[in-house]
Unconditional design. Structure first.
Length: 177
């Protein structure tokens, strides 16, 4: 319960463990987070499992917070190209995404120009409506990938409504001339 200075109830909620995201099987150490303070606090649709890797966001912005629903999905890569040569300049790239759902299970993979899978950055990870992932230019074996064009494939499964959002982009792994 949240009370104002006079002791009147401003808002309240009764915890219900069934409000966790249906695709998160181990909820121990993971907090429920409210999606929007502007929607009904007693609605199960307004709560889900924190997507934060630490399991919760006390004192910080909720990881699944949504002010206004996103209606289109997008993916951006910056810097592009990047150069993972340990030169101290643009050695990593950041992949940023926006999803039309408040919660999703996300898989993000990197493929070379021949369509061969070289790296999995996220595999069935809980996410809110937006996220960012860093790629260091390495493959799943820890070796720096070859110079060239790579395809980024993000798949976000919406367990509440069903369906998968797919986003694709390209990134160039380069080096100094």
């Amino acid at each position: 319960m949240l009370l104002d200075p006079s002791g009147s109830v401003v808002d309240s909620v009764a915890y219900d463990p069934s409000w966790h995201h249906q695709d998160v099987f181990e909820t121990r150490g993971r907090s429920l987070e409210r999606i929007s303070p502007h929607l009904e606090s007693q609605s199960a649709a307004n709560w889900s499992t924190s997507a934060d890797p630490l399991g919760g966001t006390p004192g910080r912005h909720n990881s699944i917070f949504t002010e206004t629903p996103v209606t289109t999905a997008s993916i951006e890569v910056h810097p592009n190209p990047f150069s993972p040569n340990a030169g101290g300049f643009e050695d990593h790239t950041i992949i940023s995404y926006n999803l039309p759902q408040q919660t999703a299970m996300v898989r993000l993979r990197i493929f070379d120009s021949m369509g061969r899978h070289i790296r999995t950055l996220l595999n069935n990870q809980p996410s809110g409506p937006e996220g960012r992932v860093i790629w260091d230019g390495r493959n799943d074996h820890g070796r720096v990938a070859r110079l060239g064009i790579y395809v980024i494939l993000l798949e976000a499964y919406d367990g509440n409504r069903g369906g998968v959002t797919q986003l694709k982009s390209t990134v160039v792994l380069a080096d100094r001339l």
